[in-house]
Design a protein around this ligand. Structure first.
Ligand SMILES: C[S@@+](CC[C@H](N)C(=O)[O-])C[C@H]1O[C@@H](n2cnc3c(N)ncnc32)[C@H](O)[C@@H]1O
Length: 270
């Protein structure tokens, strides 16, 4: 059920003037939300599918923030693809957020130090592109440009969003727990001296509340995703909008694009 048109309001952590500490506080909350809701699991079967058909087992994660669900999805993905490489990227890179993962990754895991705009991915970053919890940041024109960047380069892409543009749906377990992220981040996110005071004041919960409401208002419906995918269509490249379910822990929306002679756009019930 969608009750209102998409509204492209601003999120604090998108603004160039947003202090780095607050930007990180918010992206830490998003990463925490993927983790404690268990929704990261829903992404794994779709990523395995794209990696199995890819030219090399390399994930180029766009809009990585503090890492998102990939650090958790890494174990099941590496079990299937032992040589898997992951490159995290962001317009505002936060390499320290996945430092431990990079250090333990034997050169296969890295955070691209230079800013990467998801609408203009450097040609040398070839691999399965992923965008977790960030596609709503792009207004339609920009979103189509981002999708066309993948289809024109013949690179697979997976877009995942756990919220829907429907407040009632977002109150249902487990997505409804996402509102608790600033509190859970106190114990789950990397320890920072500023986290407890900024949570108690409560600056982080206030920004999280605003950015979460705006996120819901900006989220694309499956039909809108399909229309944008159609605008980014190229021959020999297929788009599928899926309802991604795993382990019985709720559904999230995903849009997959991948080279396939069938081409076309389909909304699939997974
Ligand atoms: C809501 S966070 C999601 C972070 C992470 N993917 C996750 O799921 O936890 C959105 C991220 O998108 C990044 N971002 C926004 N616009 C971008 C752009 N044009 N290119 C690359 N990254 C962008 C922001 O800096 C932020 O880190």
């Amino acid at each position: 059920m969608v009750l209102w048109p998409r509204m492209n309001l601003f999120e604090f952590h998108d603004q160039s003037w947003c202090p780095a500490v607050l930007r990180q506080a918010i992206t830490d909350c998003v990463t925490t939300a993927w983790s404690f809701t268990g929704l990261w699991r829903n992404t794994v079967p779709h990523l395995i599918e794209l990696l199995a058909a890819a030219e090399a087992p390399h994930i180029v994660d766009l809009c990585s923030g503090s890492g998102g669900p990939l650090p958790l999805a890494l174990a099941p993905l590496q079990a299937r693809f032992p040589g898997l490489r992951v490159t995290f990227t962001d317009l505002y890179p936060k390499p320290e957020a996945v430092r431990a993962l990079v250090d333990a990754g034997a050169g296969r895991i890295r955070y691209h130090a230079a800013p990467v705009d998801a609408m203009a991915v450097p040609a040398e970053l070839r691999g399965v592109r992923t965008i977790f919890g960030a596609f709503h940041h792009f207004p339609p024109e920009a979103a189509i440009r981002l999708l066309r960047g993948a289809s024109a380069a013949g690179q697979p892409i997976a877009v995942f969003e756990f919220q829907r543009r429907d407040f009632l749906r977002n109150m249902v377990w487990p997505t409804g727990l996402v509102g608790l992220s600033p509190v859970v981040a106190l114990v789950q996110a990397p320890r920072r001296w500023w986290r407890a005071p900024l949570t108690l004041v409560p600056v982080i919960p206030a920004l999280w509340a605003w950015d979460s409401v705006v996120t819901i208002l900006r989220t694309y419906t499956p039909q809108e995703l399909a229309e944008m995918a159609a605008a980014a269509a190229v021959p020999g490249y297929r788009w599928e909008v899926r309802d991604a379910e795993a382990s019985g822990r709720g559904r999230i929306t995903c849009l997959l694009g991948f080279p396939d002679p069938r081409g076309g756009v389909e909304v699939v019930r997974y």
